[in-house]
Design a protein around this ligand. Structure first.
Ligand SMILES: [Zn+2]
Length: 613
């Protein structure tokens, strides 16, 4: 007995001490033949999946996602929307009532698996709504491959969110997360997140997809069209066989997370080459509401040039902006976005966001359900950064992210903030999810830029790309690079900002004027410590900048957006107040300012400036 206890104890200890081994990632290679019945909104599918296990673990089961099974009454997605009522995603409910509850029987989404085989042997499987567990006939050993074949049929659901038929803009078929898709397996284990409406995670994969559909349809997809001369819309000299009702579209794609497409009879296709960048496709219904799409070309060219220069080069040969008719959502080499746009700035805002997901989701493929702030947040940062240059505001802002910082400040007052570290699907409140992932993730980078200087942030983003492009980085990988580039300890910041809902609040508490100088007392009224940039503005419009490092970073920034600044003794995070004396008299001073750049997400700005009169 004693020996058994000792063995068990040793086992438990070893589990706690387990360290992440060398990095690996799984790979999938899909070949699919799809036959669409456009009248019935159904299709038949055949899949051959060559799956490679690069992990050090032997796999005895695999999991597939069957996302469309979510689109029916009383599904988990329906239950979740019903439980959240008006607090949930506004697109999934109407006046707090789930839109899924009233999907008619014949428009319920379905992915019905007929059979699945491994190397020719029929496998046992269990469908748990949107997740299929498959028991393998033979284990997949480390560093080996296996071949799955399967057949299924599917019903394209009523358009509720992202995928579906006949959406409100009249797009016939938005085909996203539309095929049985193998789940990702990595150091966190199988990513078997039930689909209840939010994010995705998948292994990088190659695709060969043949889609047979009525020949009057035009398809937009994230991939390379291999036979433009045999289908409608892409080649002016295309010869579509007159004797057949259907045309077969041949698409390929390499090293993307998923393959998405959309089909409509009224789509037009425009394309252009970005110098050194991708060939960009615009696929949309040409009408009064989509008029501004015609103006997008020069903006998109500049967009890719800015993105490539600042965030790393887009690696795929093409990218398609497809009118999908429901907000915007990113997929491999394409996005589905709303067609209707009031003006070019509105359209570009959406294109800039979804396009930036090629970096923060597709090429730097973080686990979105686990860390939505890295995907939506970094994307929102890139969007803000680029939009500020594409459409510079008439009055230059102190920084390009001011609107997001103000939005966060207002949101905090509601008292419903939830930590960004939460799993994306498990937020209690839709708005709280939005702020935790989009806004706090964006401000994570804005705060880092402030703490370590913008040059260091830009360098961190470049190295993050260089080291992790076409891989699955985690927040630790990003933090590791940020610390190496800046020489700073930044763990404290990541902890406060991502794991907690604590807020920043610094202020100028007191100012004493003497005959030769002025003494300022600063106060930390918040819960998140920060280094402080403090500026003195003189009557003759001179700017004198001071940097007060915070001791936990162990060093200070060398450069930032201000030009010159003087580094003065540090302010320890345990100390409530900090006093400094500046060699200016009251008559020489115009203003005293905490964080002239306004990058700190300080929740109370009123005490950050003292005007000297
Ligand atoms: Zn997004």
């Amino acid at each position: 007995m004693k020996k058994l206890v000792a063995i068990l104890f040793a086992f438990i200890i070893s589990q706690f001490q387990a360290q992440q081994g060398p990095y690996y990632q799984q790979h999938a290679n899909y070949k699919m033949d799809i036959d669409v019945n456009a009248e019935k909104f159904t299709y038949e599918g055949k899949q051959t999946l060559d799956y490679t296990n690069n992990s050090p673990d032997e796999l005895n089961v695999v999991y597939f996602h069957l996302y469309w099974n979510a689109f029916r009454p009383n599904s988990m997605m329906d239950q979740r929307v019903a439980a959240q009522g008006k607090n949930g995603d506004s697109r999934l409910q109407k006046d707090g009532v789930s839109r899924l509850a009233s999907i008619p029987k014949d428009q319920e989404g379905a992915q019905n698996i007929h059979w699945i085989k491994q190397n020719g042997k029929t496998l046992k499987f269990e469908v748990q709504e949107t997740v299929m567990k498959v028991y393998l006939a033979e284990p997949i050993k480390p560093n080996s491959s296996t071949i799955f074949t399967l057949e299924w049929d599917a019903v394209i659901p009523q358009q509720i969110r992202r995928s579906g038929r006949n959406n409100k803009e009249g797009v016939d078929m938005t085909m996203t997360q539309w095929y049985p898709k193998i789940a990702e397996y990595d150091y966190d284990g199988w990513a078997t997140f039930d689909y209840i409406g939010r994010e995705f995670h998948a292994p990088f994969a190659d695709f060969e997809v043949n889609i047979k559909i009525n020949k009057d349809y035009v398809i937009g997809a994230g991939g390379i069209l291999e036979n433009p001369a045999e289908v409608k819309g892409y080649d002016a000299n295309a010869k579509i066989k007159a004797d057949k009702n259907k045309a077969t579209w041949k698409w390929t794609a390499k090293n993307i997370l998923d393959f998405a497409w959309a089909a409509d009879k009224d789509y037009i296709v425009k394309s252009f080459d970005v110098p050194q960048g991708p060939k960009v496709f615009l696929v949309y219904q040409n009408n009064e509401k989509t008029k501004v799409w015609e103006e997008a070309l020069p903006y998109l060219t500049r967009y890719y040039q800015l993105m490539n220069a600042h965030f790393g080069k887009y690696v795929y040969p093409t990218y398609a902006f497809i009118q999908g008719g429901d907000g915007g959502m990113e997929y491999g080499m394409c996005t589905m976005i709303l067609g209707e746009a009031k003006n070019i700035e509105g359209l570009m805002g959406l294109m800039a966001h979804e396009g930036a997901h090629s970096w923060y989701q597709q090429m730097l493929a973080t686990n979105e359900p686990m860390r939505p702030w890295m995907d939506e947040g970094f994307t929102s940062y890139a969007e803000g950064f680029v939009m500020n240059q594409l459409f510079p505001p008439a009055q230059p802002l102190p920084n390009p992210f001011l609107n997001s910082i103000n939005a966060y400040r207002n949101f905090i007052k509601k008292g419903i903030e939830e930590p960004a570290v939460w799993l994306g699907d498990h937020h209690d409140n839709g708005t709280s999810y939005t702020y935790a992932s989009y806004v706090k993730g964006e401000l994570y980078l804005v705060q880092l830029g402030y703490i370590m200087g913008e040059q260091n942030l830009a360098e961190t983003l470049k190295q993050y790309y260089n080291q992790w492009v076409l891989k699955h980085p985690s927040d630790r990988d990003f933090l590791h690079i940020a610390q190496q580039v800046s020489g700073m300890d930044l763990k404290w910041f990541q902890h406060y900002w991502i794991n907690t809902t604590k807020t920043i609040d610094y202020g100028i508490k007191d100012v004493k004027y003497d005959a030769k100088s002025t003494t300022i007392t600063l106060v930390n009224n918040g819960q998140v410590p920060m280094p402080i940039d403090f500026s003195v503005v003189t009557k003759d419009n001179k700017l004198v900048n001071y940097q007060i490092p915070m001791n936990m970073t162990r060093t200070w920034k060398e450069k930032d957006v201000y030009g010159e600044f003087k580094t003065i003794p540090y302010w320890s995070w345990t100390q409530k107040e900090y006093t400094l004396t500046v060699p200016y008299t009251k008559s020489q001073l115009s203003a005293l300012v905490i964080d002239l750049s306004q990058r700190i997400a300080d929740v109370n700005l009123e005490d950050n400036v003292v005007e000297v009169k």
